[in-house]
Design a protein around this ligand. Structure first.
Ligand SMILES: Nc1ncnc2c1ncn2[C@@H]1O[C@H](COP(=O)(O)OP(=O)(O)OP(=O)(O)O)[C@@H](O)[C@H]1O
Ligand SMILES: [Mg+2]
Length: 233
C-alpha cells in the first residue's frame, strides 16, 4: 500500500505552469494506481463554453479522472479575469472561505491524495487582508512551488520562499518549468543556483513542450523529468 500526502501547488506568478504540471502529476499518479483528487478552490477568468467554467478545472478534472462535481473541485468561479479580490469588488460579492474549506476537507477525505492548485502567486489577494498564503495555512498543506528558469526567476523564487517562511508554510521543493537547455547562462544555471541558495530540492525540471495541447504529451514529459517516488512512499 502506498503512503501519499496532499500538496498545494503554487507558483512564482500566474502563467508559470501550475495547471499544466498539476494535471500531468495527477495523471501520472493515477497511472500508478493512486486515487488522486484535484481542486482549484478559487478561479477567475472568462467562463469557458465547453467543459467547466474554468479551463484549469477542465484540465485538472480530465487528468485526475475524478467524479467530483464542479462545485467541489472549484467552489468559487469569478467571471472576471483579475485577482479574486479585484473580481469580488467588481462583482460586489464576498468569498465564503468557510464553504471553500469545507469542500476542501471533503475532497481530502474522499481521496487518497489531493493536489490543490492556487491562483496566481502566493500573495495574490483573495480579500483585502487574506492572501493565497493564508489559504495554504488554513489547509495545512505542504507546498510545491512552480517556477520559471528564465532571467528574473531567482528574485521571484526567493521572494516566494521568503513569504512561505514568514507564514510558516512547509515547502516540499520547486519544479522548474519552461527550461531551455540551450538558453542563456542565467537560465541554464537557474536550477543549480536555486538549489544552492535555498537548500530545497528541485523536484523536476520541465522543458518547454511544443505539443503541450495534449495532456498525454505533458504527462510523458513529467513522468520522464519528475521522480514520482518523491510523492509516494
Ligand atoms: N512546459 C510547458 N511547455 C509549453 N507550454 C506550457 C508549459 N507549461 C505550461 N505551458 C502553457 O503555458 C500556459 C500557462 O500554463 P498554466 O495554465 O499551466 O499556468 P498557471 O500557472 O496554471 O496559470 P494561472 O495562474 O492562470 O492558473 C498554458 O497555456 C500552457 O499551455
Ligand atoms: Mg492555472
Amino acid at each position: 500500500m502506498f503512503t501519499v500526502k496532499s500538496y498545494f501547488v503554487t507558483g512564482t506568478d500566474t502563467g508559470v505552469g501550475k495547471t499544466a504540471i498539476t494535471a500531468a502529476l495527477a495523471a501520472s499518479l493515477r497511472r500508478r494506481g493512486i486515487d488522486v483528487g484535484v481542486m482549484k478552490p478559487i478561479a477567475s477568468g472568462v467562463p469557458q463554453k465547453t467543459g467547466f467554467k474554468s479551463s484549469d478545472v477542465t484540465l485538472l478534472h480530465e487528468a485526475a479522472k475524478v467524479n467530483d462535481a464542479e462545485e467541489m473541485i472549484n467552489p468559487v468561479f469569478l467571471p472576471v479575469p483579475a485577482s479574486p479580490y479585484d473580481a469580488t469588488k467588481v462583482l460586489n460579492l464576498n468569498i465564503d472561505m468557510k464553504m471553500v474549506l469545507e469542500k476542501f476537507h471533503h475532497l481530502l477525505n474522499v481521496h487518497q491524495m489531493l493536489l490543490v492548485e492556487g491562483i496566481g502567486g502566493i500573495m495574490t489577494p483573495i480579500t483585502r487582508s487574506f492572501f493565497v498564503a493564508d489559504m495554504i495555512k488554513e489547509m495545512k498543506l505542504e507546498t510545491i512551488i512552480v517556477t520559471r528558469s528564465t532571467l528574473g526567476t531567482l528574485n521571484h523564487t526567493m521572494m516566494t520562499l521568503g513569504m512561505c517562511k514568514e507564514y510558516g508554510i512547509a515547502v516540499k521543493g520547486m519544479i522548474i518549468n519552461y527550461f531551455d537547455e540551450k538558453g542563456s547562462l542565467a537560465e541554464r544555471n537557474a536550477p543549480s543556483t536555486l538549489h544552492e541558495i535555498t537548500g530545497l530540492p528541485i523536484l523536476g525540471i520541465i522543458p518547454f513542450v511544443k505539443d503541450y495541447q495534449k495532456l498525454d504529451a505533458m504527462t510523458s514529459i513529467v513522468e520522464k523529468n519528475i521522480d514520482l517516488n518523491l510523492f509516494i512512499s
